[in-house]
Write a new protein. Sequence first.
Length: 384
Amino acid sequence: MDTTALDEERRTSAPHDSRLGIRGRLRHFTWAWFTLTMSTGGLAVLLNRTPHKFRGLITIGTIIFIFNLILFLCLITAIITRFLVDSKALRRSLFHPTESLFFPCFWLSMSTILLGTQAYGVPSSGPWLPVVLRVLFWIYLVCTFTVAVIQYYILFTGEHLTIHSMTPSWIMPVFPVMLCGTLASVLAADQPPDQGLPIIVAGVTFQGLGIFVSMIMYPLYLGRLIGDGLPAIDLRPGMFISVGPPAFTSLALIGMANSLPSNYNFLSTHPLSTEVLQTMALFTACFLWALGFWFFCISAISCVSGLRNMSFHLTWWAFVFPNVGFTIATIDIGTQFQSQGILWVGSAMTILLVVIWCFVFLNHINAVRQRKILWPGRDEDKEG
């Protein structure tokens, strides 16, 4: 769909009555709003991981983490209100061919909260918090794997999407379970060996599931781009979703390899295995980082070429979240190679993402105020 057609659809679908109240607007509060919290939570985690810290940066990161928790509670309240106002809205949202693809954003927001809790909570809490995070990890794994199976089943049997409409958002149902590897890479280090190793094994397993499903989707995506061209200008930020799988897999492999409990179980009988796995993880991460960088360049050029005509859409948050993973992967690779040059690139990317987050957040607020979103016919729940 080109920009002219998209604008015409918005004009014809929006009601003339501008007096729609809060209750009426909340009827159009979709799962896509959780792109806000998954990006904000990701930014908080990134500030904790950036290599060149100044005094007070951790405090700023903590404030953003707490702010994200407040936002998350507000979003949950808003979407529950929508489902209470319209009793059929929940089922429609989970079966809608567009809105349902954003349901995983809720779980991705949960993953960033767990990552932020590990980063900002564990260092200043007692031994009870790692235990809580361990339990939540396994609950998260079961829930997100269930989502990945059921949601793809619904997509296979419901209202069919065509290859001509293919976007990287088709990867989204498997994205939350893929982040089990990212969670494992940071949680396992503070767990006892008998608990940490199973977490790492689970992380590797489901990170592998996520990256392989993504690899299956990529040919469809590239075929769509070659055959039908770029997405509508407003939706091009969503192209950055393709950066996420290789980027998060890179950082997950490095983190899990470095968190392996030495001299325990299998590792104790194969004393060289830890060093071998860490080396393999690092070079595999470089291999995948290049794929993420290629997708990043294609996405960036596509967005810049249409920036002047681009109107806000909730997919703009794809400017942030996938690139959080890409930035952390860059930082981890620089750390492993002990390269100050790469680490400074990672720090520069962090600053750029902070600026981009501010830019998208301000446009998000302005879009609500100007009724560009949260309005009949202008959100992911629209029909047709």
